[in-house]
Design a protein around this ligand. Structure first.
Ligand SMILES: [Zn+2]
Ligand SMILES: [Zn+2]
Length: 166
């Protein structure tokens, strides 16, 4: 086999491997395991949200979300209870153990935003940015170099800065 033919053969093998590669499956659950879910493939985005509504929903300084498309997502066990925190905003939680599970908003049709803390492996899908830092708690800062958005990160929004406040 010539050098060129070898390169071509290696390329074809790589292409076959990529095509045959199964999409990654991510699983998650509530604390008591009454509710388990999975999604296939990569999330659309992974973000920290500092808005007051999310803060109250998780009773913590920040809420971290894994945004996936509904067609990627399914429940393996149980179904959460839903609370409408504002018109068009649904917040899902386990009625048994109280774990916040997910967010779905009319502004984000076809998506479900899972709480990062429900992932089976918390090391999976690290966050890529911070939303609603205009509402960020004053004593709370994360020392990463990710972009910070005053409000949402979507629809051509420009970050107000990258990295923590100085
Ligand atoms: Zn539970
Ligand atoms: Zn929020």
């Amino acid at each position: 086999m010539s050098a060129n033919a070898k390169v071509a053969a290696a390329k074809a093998a790589t292409t076959r491997a990529a095509a045959g590669k199964k999409p990654v499956t991510t699983t998650g659950r509530c604390q008591c395991r009454a509710i388990e879910y999975q999604f296939t493939g990569e999330p659309k985005w992974v973000m920290h949200c500092h808005c007051e509504s999310c803060r109250r929903a998780v009773s913590s300084a920040v809420a971290t979300y894994v945004g996936v498309r509904l067609e990627q997502f399914s429940y393996l066990q149980g179904e959460p209870t839903v609370y409408e925190s504002s018109p068009g905003v649904k917040r899902y939680f386990c009625a048994n153990c109280g774990s916040p599970m997910a967010y779905a908003g009319a502004r984000w049709p076809g998506e479900v935003h899972l709480f990062h803390g429900t992932l089976a492996d918390p090391g999976q899908w690290p966050p890529t940015g911070h939303a609603h830092v205009a509402e960020q708690v004053r004593w709370f800062e994360i020392n990463d170099h990710l972009p910070r958005y005053a409000a949402t990160a979507g629809k051509g929004a420009k970050p107000v800065r990258k990295g923590p406040k100085r």
